[in-house]
Write a protein that binds this ligand. Structure first.
Ligand code: GLA
Length: 403
């Protein structure tokens, strides 16, 4: 820890501020899409990816903004005699370029995965010391997004920054707009240097499992609440072109995905969607959308939650009040209104109050309030909003102050 603290001034100097850079054009709002890992793990293949792309369009998810179809680990098939990375021909018989063409023909974009080590987290071939050629290969394949992991790589800050910057530069050198998703999980504070390394998003916590809570943020599956807590004090580093990423959505996994954890209730999944929206988090679906139930679909397709996430102001929400097991979060929105989340962490129904001071509204002002899950205007509130919130649930509101 002492070593990390000593490095902070240097990291800050490298990091710059949260003003939009070139990346803002690429990820002006948090990326949305689908990623193969949570459900398929090493069983990802061409047929799955095509089927998911078809369904994303058919169900209207594309029109809601879900556009990146990301193939996670285990697509790789080693390197050819020339050293070029190639896809596993058994899983991707037509190759990644043909798959990208298919995905593009649907009006979607294709993402792929690699690693800053010489092997990926799943033991496949990684991109270390092949950054230039792999970035060029991904660009040749018309890939639009690269998730770049950090297994089998040294612990230290400096080498991590160097490796991510090397790949960031390699991507830039291709001339193709490719979203660069940094995935070192948070131990080296990537919110401080992710933009400078060329990233548009960076993981800030370990993998979110299909579970509500976990005792600590360790290198195994963590709970939804644990990822929310990891996001709490770093909101100032997020903004257009550079987003804190508390990992993918576990909504709808139902403990049947590759990523387990016991499963969550609908209220807990809805909390993840609500809080990811308040946090301006990337919204990457992880369930099998080809076979999802009505409840999962309802949660993932709520246009009012999505519009909070995608608000063009691009401010990450902050926790503005907390009691034993209740919290109030606030996210300013572009039109002068705000999104408010009333989060009940506890197992009993709770009454939660967002008072005007906590949410930064002068006490002589009124608030017109809308419930974004009930899709209902709740009326005009003065001085405070007090509502009942179910166990592990989140009430997501839009509040507009006026005289
Ligand atoms: C790491 C990442 C996961 C996933 C796996 C793939 O654990 O954090 O999101 O990409 O590797 O092996």
């Amino acid at each position: 820890m002492a070593a990390a603290a000593a490095l902070l001034p240097w990291l800050y100097a490298r990091a710059g501020d949260a003003t939009p850079g070139a990346g803002a054009k690429l990820a002006a709002t948090p990326p949305m899409g689908w990623n193969s890992w949570n459900t398929f793990g090493e069983n990802v293949n061409e047929a799955v990816v095509k089927g998911i792309a078809d369904k994303i369009v058919e169900l209207g998810l594309k029109d809601l903004g879900y556009q990146y179809i990301v193939i996670d680990d285990h697509w790789e098939g080693g390197r050819d005699g020339m050293g070029h990375i190639r896809a596993n021909p058994g899983k991707f018989p037509s190759g990644i370029k043909a798959l990208a063409d298919y995905v593009h023909s649907k009006g979607l974009k294709l993402g792929i995965y690699s690693c800053a080590g010489d092997q990926t987290c799943g033991g496949e071939v990684g991109s270390y010391q092949h950054e230039r050629e792999d970035a060029a290969t991904f660009a040749d394949w018309s890939v639009d997004y690269l998730k770049y992991d950090y297994c089998n790589a040294p612990e230290g800050f400096e080498e991590a920054i160097r490796r991510y910057t090397t790949m960031g530069n390699a991507i830039e050198a291709t001339g193709r707009p490719i979203v660069f998703s940094i995935c070192e999980w948070g131990p080296r504070s990537p919110w401080l240097w992710g933009r400078k390394a060329g990233g548009q998003l960076w993981r800030i916590s370990f993998d979110v499992g299909d579970m509500w809570d976990s005792p600590e943020d360790t290198h195994s599956c963590i709970g939804i609440l644990t990822a929310i807590d990891a996001s709490a004090n770093i909101g100032g580093h997020a903004g257009p072109g550079g987003w804190n990423d508390p990992d993918m959505l576990v909504v709808g996994l139902g403990n049947k995905g590759m990523v387990k954890g016991g499963g969550c209730t609908a209220a807990e999944y809805q909390t993840q969607m609500s809080m990811w929206s308040i946090l301006s988090a990337p919204l990457m679906i992880g369930c099998d959308v080809r076979n999802m139930g009505a409840e999962t679909c309802r949660i993932l397709t709520n246009p009012e939650a999505i519009s909070v996430d995608q608000d063009p102001l691009g401010k990450q929400g902050n926790r503005v009040a907390r009691a034993a097991s209740t919290e109030v979060w606030r996210k300013p929105l572009a039109n002068g209104s705000m999104a408010i989340a009333l989060l009940n962490r506890g197992p009993q129904e709770a009454t939660i109050t967002a008072d005007s001071k906590a949410i930064g509204v002068a006490s002589n002002k009124s608030l017109t309030v809308r419930d974004l899950w009930q899709h209902k205007d709740l009326g005009v509130f003065k001085e405070q909003i007090t509502l009942s919130v179910g166990p592990h649930a989140t009430v997501l509101l839009r509040a507009t102050p006026h005289e």
